[in-house]
Ligand binder design. Structure first.
Ligand code: URA
Length: 213
């Protein structure tokens, strides 16, 4: 199925374009563009993050790559058989995802790691296409409440219907999907103890159990 993936010609968000122009000057070797999703379209799981980190996904051009959040995420995916190869923090490290695809609520790096509601809405056009193109999709795992609300928004649910709760597995009956919630694997959440490796590991375990049902 054909689907639209933003490329460097996307001009929906002026604030992000201005930030990109600054970054192209400061870091000319960086990817500096909307970071494409990673992993097979045939996957049963879609993980939705927040947005690329400046020196992480925005540098490498692959979600969560060279980001602290990826150092937490990728080894746990591998432990659960959802990835193979060595995660080498580079796009060309040969690391592969199996049965999981990863995208972001906003695909361009935002200043101070903070996205606006308008940017989430603009990028939602790509998120809904991505979801529609994943014909074997069973579970959407959202990392944080921004991603949770972004998914609800593009699927046409109200925020009040499904509250973001770490570990929750919401049944999106109309779509035949489970919307799983985890706190984001960010450095801040790990350092403050909001999320531990064990907590994230338990969420991935629960998601895998759903696939076998
Ligand atoms: N890197 C990403 O690609 N997404 C996030 O949400 C965090 C880091």
């Amino acid at each position: 199925m054909h689907f639209t993936c933003p490329d460097k010609s996307c001009v929906k968000c002026q604030r992000l374009l201005d930030f990109r122009a600054e970054n192209i000057k400061k870091f000319p070797s960086y990817y500096n563009g909307p970071v494409p999703s990673f992993g097979p379209l045939e996957a049963e799981i879609l993980i939705v993050g927040l947005a690329p980190g400046l020196n992480g996904a925005n540098q490498t051009g692959r979600p969560f790559t060279n980001d602290y959040a990826g150092d937490v995420l990728y080894p746990i995916l591998k432990k659960h058989g959802l990835a193979r190869g060595e995660y080498g923090k580079r796009k060309d490290d040969g690391f592969e995802l199996t049965n999981v695809r990863i995208t972001n609520s906003v695909r361009c790096v935002p200043p101070q790691n903070k996205v606006t509601g308008e940017e989430v809405k603009n990028c939602g056009a790509y998120l809904i296409d991505e979801i529609a193109a994943m014909t074997r999709l069973k579970v959407i795992l959202t990392l944080g409440s921004v991603a949770h609300n972004a998914v609800l928004g593009v699927l046409g649910y109200r925020k009040s219907q499904f509250k973001f709760v770490h570990g929750a597995m919401h049944e999106l009956g109309r779509h035949g999907l489970i919307l799983a919630n985890s706190y984001h694997t960010s450095r801040y959440n790990i350092n403050t103890g909001v999320l531990t490796y064990e907590m994230f590991d338990a969420v991935v375990s629960s998601v895998k159990k759903i696939l076998t049902k």
